[in-house]
Design a protein around this ligand. Structure first.
Ligand code: PBG
Length: 323
């Protein structure tokens, strides 16, 4: 039974002012986190070929981006490191003089109020490119968790405000919590990449971070994309192990997981609009296939509408500038 002509949905769409009044989903810069890639050297600012507008920067340059993030009122930055040398156990990841630790100290000195998140993983630092240490051809879970605890402690000591494990080892939130607490760092929150699927959309990131696996793939630790119940189980485990913020990744292919996670856990919830999601829009826009800015807004608002409180995105500074 149609209510037309009593009910006309277009009435509230007629002008920009009306549309603004009834807008349901809002986005503010403090909900956006900007991923940054930091490398050794000085005055380095190298654009990542697959990610226009994303750079590998040395510590002095990352400080400039941090100052920009602070000016824009972003929620924070998340740091990924490109080590001077890679080895079997990814030792620069937990070196007090590691590139992320140096960057954290420099950023904290220059912009103390800016929230700095540290990505806790080994894949950028290992010569084999996997997110943990290898034993008998596969990633050894518990040995990796031990090292991840060391990564978190050295990052937190360097001033990192939130540690964000992205490795998908079992028990790593509990392991990292224990390591932090034992080091007197019980105040440092953990944002866990709780549900992270083995996704093709991480492709461009692996160029940016130099972290492509040298053999095999990540399917023995990252989740199968089609499994939603398993994703909820993964998140529950991380919440029970002490995760303060949970993160779902990638974002657009997992909007249903974002929605379910928000409903089932009520925890602060982040979603990561990953490199491939960004690159796809950039590439299509460069070929005149779509409007980049409109596509950016549409995706960011969709992620918010699904239930994400926090969005990690390479669009963060661009979006904040326009907000
Ligand atoms: C490392 C890590 C990855 C991303 C974030 N942390 C890559 C991977 O798991 O292969 C991907 C982020 C992106 O694609 O933007 N564990």
């Amino acid at each position: 039974m149609s209510q037309f002509p009593i009910r006309r949905m277009r009435r509230l769409r007629r002008t920009a002012a009306l549309r603004r009044l009834v807008q349901e989903t809002h986005l503010v810069p403090s909900q956006l986190v900007w991923p940054l890639f930091v490398c050794h050297g000085s005055a380095v600012r190298r654009e990542v070929a697959l990610l226009p507008g994303v750079y590998q920067t040395s510590v002095d340059e990352v400080v400039k981006d941090a100052e920009r993030a602070q000016r824009l009122g972003l929620g924070g930055i998340i740091l990924f490191g490109l080590p001077a040398a890679k080895d079997a156990t990814g030792s620069e990841a937990y070196d007090e003089q590691g590139v992320v630790q140096q960057a954290a100290r420099a950023v904290k000195r220059a912009v103390p109020e800016l929230l700095v998140i540290g990505d806790v993983c080994l894949c950028e630092y290992t010569d084999h490119g996997h997110c943990g240490v290898i034993q008998d051809g596969d990633v050894d879970n518990d040995a990796s968790v031990y090292l991840l605890g060391k990564v978190a402690v050295t990052q937190a000591r360097a001033g990192i405000d939130i540690v964000a494990p992205s490795d998908m080892m079992d028990g790593r939130v509990a392991g990292i919590r224990k390591a932090l607490d034992a080091a007197g760092l019980s105040r440092v929150p953990i944002m866990s990449y709780a549900a992270k699927t083995a996704s093709a959309f991480y492709g461009p990131f692996r160029e940016a971070a130099g972290s492509a696996p040298q053999f095999g793939d990540r399917q023995s630790y990252q989740m199968q994309g089609g499994n939603a119940d398993e994703a909820m189980k993964e998140i529950r485990l991380d919440v029970d192990e002490g995760a303060d913020i949970i993160l779902v990744k990638p974002a657009l292919p997992c909007l249903d997981l974002v929605r379910r996670a928000k409903q089932e856990f009520g925890s602060p919830l982040a979603a990561y609009q990953v490199s491939g999601e960004y690159a796809m829009i950039k590439a299509a826009a460069a070929r005149g296939m779509l409007d980049e800015t409109l596509a950016m807004w549409e995706t960011l608002y969709a992620i918010r509408r699904a239930g994400a409180d926090i969005i990690v995105s390479y669009f963060a500074p661009t979006a904040a500038e326009l907000l």
